[in-house]
Write a protein that binds this ligand. Structure first.
Ligand code: FES
Length: 82
Protein backbone atom coordinates (compact mmCIF):
# COMPACT_ATOMS: atom_id res chain seq x y z
CA UNK A 1 0.00 0.00 0.00
CA UNK A 2 2.99 2.32 0.36
CA UNK A 3 3.93 1.80 -3.27
CA UNK A 4 3.31 4.56 -5.79
CA UNK A 5 1.52 2.05 -8.04
CA UNK A 6 0.41 -0.64 -5.59
CA UNK A 7 0.42 -4.15 -7.00
CA UNK A 8 1.28 -7.44 -5.34
CA UNK A 9 4.28 -9.28 -6.72
CA UNK A 10 2.12 -12.39 -7.25
CA UNK A 11 -0.27 -10.38 -9.43
CA UNK A 12 2.56 -9.56 -11.83
CA UNK A 13 3.70 -13.14 -12.41
CA UNK A 14 1.80 -15.95 -14.12
CA UNK A 15 4.41 -18.62 -13.68
CA UNK A 16 7.28 -18.25 -11.24
CA UNK A 17 10.15 -17.74 -11.60
CA UNK A 18 9.41 -15.92 -14.85
CA UNK A 19 8.69 -12.22 -14.71
CA UNK A 20 7.74 -10.67 -18.03
CA UNK A 21 7.66 -6.89 -18.20
CA UNK A 22 8.10 -4.22 -20.79
CA UNK A 23 11.56 -2.65 -20.54
CA UNK A 24 10.30 0.87 -21.08
CA UNK A 25 10.41 3.40 -18.26
CA UNK A 26 6.97 4.72 -17.43
CA UNK A 27 8.32 8.25 -17.01
CA UNK A 28 9.44 9.27 -20.50
CA UNK A 29 10.23 5.99 -22.18
CA UNK A 30 13.94 5.42 -21.60
CA UNK A 31 15.29 1.89 -21.19
CA UNK A 32 16.00 1.06 -17.53
CA UNK A 33 19.12 -0.97 -16.74
CA UNK A 34 18.57 -4.35 -15.10
CA UNK A 35 20.14 -5.63 -11.88
CA UNK A 36 20.73 -2.08 -10.77
CA UNK A 37 19.61 0.19 -7.97
CA UNK A 38 18.96 -0.51 -4.28
CA UNK A 39 16.44 -3.31 -5.03
CA UNK A 40 18.66 -5.01 -7.64
CA UNK A 41 15.79 -4.46 -10.05
CA UNK A 42 15.97 -1.73 -12.69
CA UNK A 43 17.31 1.79 -12.60
CA UNK A 44 16.50 4.28 -15.30
CA UNK A 45 19.62 6.21 -16.32
CA UNK A 46 17.62 9.14 -17.68
CA UNK A 47 16.07 10.62 -14.53
CA UNK A 48 16.80 8.03 -11.86
CA UNK A 49 13.58 6.09 -11.44
CA UNK A 50 14.10 2.95 -9.38
CA UNK A 51 12.10 -0.25 -9.91
CA UNK A 52 12.27 -3.32 -7.69
CA UNK A 53 12.79 -6.90 -8.84
CA UNK A 54 9.12 -7.11 -9.76
CA UNK A 55 9.33 -3.96 -11.88
CA UNK A 56 7.34 -1.92 -9.40
CA UNK A 57 8.23 1.75 -9.18
CA UNK A 58 9.87 2.55 -5.86
CA UNK A 59 11.26 6.06 -6.34
CA UNK A 60 11.90 8.70 -8.94
CA UNK A 61 9.61 10.47 -11.38
CA UNK A 62 8.10 7.39 -13.08
CA UNK A 63 4.41 7.18 -12.14
CA UNK A 64 3.73 3.50 -12.85
CA UNK A 65 5.26 0.06 -12.58
CA UNK A 66 6.96 -1.45 -15.64
CA UNK A 67 4.05 -2.71 -17.71
CA UNK A 68 3.23 -6.40 -17.77
CA UNK A 69 2.30 -7.16 -21.39
CA UNK A 70 -0.32 -9.65 -22.46
CA UNK A 71 1.35 -13.04 -22.66
CA UNK A 72 0.56 -16.71 -22.49
CA UNK A 73 2.69 -19.74 -21.75
CA UNK A 74 2.33 -22.17 -24.66
CA UNK A 75 4.50 -24.80 -22.96
CA UNK A 76 6.77 -24.82 -19.94
CA UNK A 77 9.53 -23.28 -22.07
CA UNK A 78 7.66 -21.25 -24.70
CA UNK A 79 5.78 -18.04 -24.17
CA UNK A 80 3.81 -15.93 -26.59
CA UNK A 81 3.99 -12.21 -25.85
CA UNK A 82 1.37 -9.95 -27.36
FE1 FES B 1 13.07 6.96 -16.87
FE2 FES B 1 12.71 9.56 -16.81
S1 FES B 1 12.60 8.27 -18.52
S2 FES B 1 13.19 8.27 -15.18
Amino acid sequence: SELKDPQADKDRVQKAPWLIVSGICTHLGCVPLGHDGPYDGWKCPCHGSIYDTSGRIRSGPAPLNLAVPEYKFLTDTRVKIG
